[in-house]
Structure formats: structure tokens, C-alpha cells
Design a protein. Structure first.
Length: 133
């Protein structure tokens, strides 16, 4: 999936399921749920979210489960929950996700970047939440 805009979507902005899924250069604005959801990539396959922009997601900006997950060079602004979240896949495990070189700003309720998976490589990200006033 590439160069796809999704604006003011009632559910998930982009929901990518299956094996060998790559979502790149996409823009999602104002989705009611997650901005981009990478869901249950198959065993020994991969899922990548790269160079996407998510603004104003009603839940988390980018959410991923699956065997091999790479999330890099994305910008996530003003998500209601996490900016980026990698969740353990209940159907077979998630192996050492890589979350690198992302910018997450102004998440409202939770941390900017969350990994519920042991062994995650989280490096060179910017996570900014202004102080409560």
C-alpha cells in the first residue's frame, strides 16, 4: 500500500492484513480508531510501516501485531492513545519488532511509543508530549 490518503475515516484509516505487507508514504488524518493497523502478518513473513504520517487518530496512531514488524521514519501527531504500539500477537507471537527513527508528538492519554513484546529494538525516536497546563 503506497501513497494513499485516508481522511476523516469512521473506523481504522488503513487496515493492512496478511503476509509480506508494506505500508509506505501514506497519510491518515482524523480516523475514529487507529490510523494504521498492521494485523497478524503470517509466520516467517514481515510487516513494514514506513514514511507515513498519522494525525488525530481516535485511538493509537500506528498499531502492529505479527511475526516480524518494522516501523520506521513515520510521523504521528495527536493520537488519543499511543502514538505507536506493537502488541503481542495472541495467535503465534511477535518476534523482536524494530521501531526506529519515528517522530511522535502530543499523544493524549498514554506513552508515545509502546511495545508489549520482549526484545523490541526501539532506537532514534523522538517522543514529545507538552507538559499539562
Amino acid at each position: 500500500i503506497g501513497r494513499m490518503p485516508a481522511t476523516w475515516v469512521e473506523g481504522v484509516g488503513i487496515n493492512a492484513r496478511g503476509s509480506s505487507v508494506i505500508v509506505e508514504d501514506c497519510t491518515v488524518t482524523g480516523s475514529k480508531r487507529a490510523g494504521i493497523e498492521l494485523d497478524r502478518t503470517a509466520s516467517n513473513d514481515f510487516g513494514i510501516v514506513r514514511r507515513c504520517t498519522v494525525t488525530g487518530a481516535g485511538e493509537s496512531g500506528i498499531v502492529a501485531t505479527g511475526q516480524v514488524v518494522l516501523i520506521e521514519f513515520n510521523t504521528v501527531n495527536s493520537s488519543a492513545q499511543y502514538g505507536i504500539a506493537v502488541i503481542q500477537d495472541p495467535n503465534g507471537g511477535t518476534a523482536s519488532p524494530v521501531i526506529d527513527d519515528n517522530i511522535v508528538t502530543k499523544t493524549k492519554k498514554k506513552d508515545g511509543i509502546y511495545s508489549g513484546v520482549a526484545g523490541a529494538n526501539i532506537d532514534r525516536n523522538t517522543d514529545y508530549r507538552p507538559p499539562d497546563r
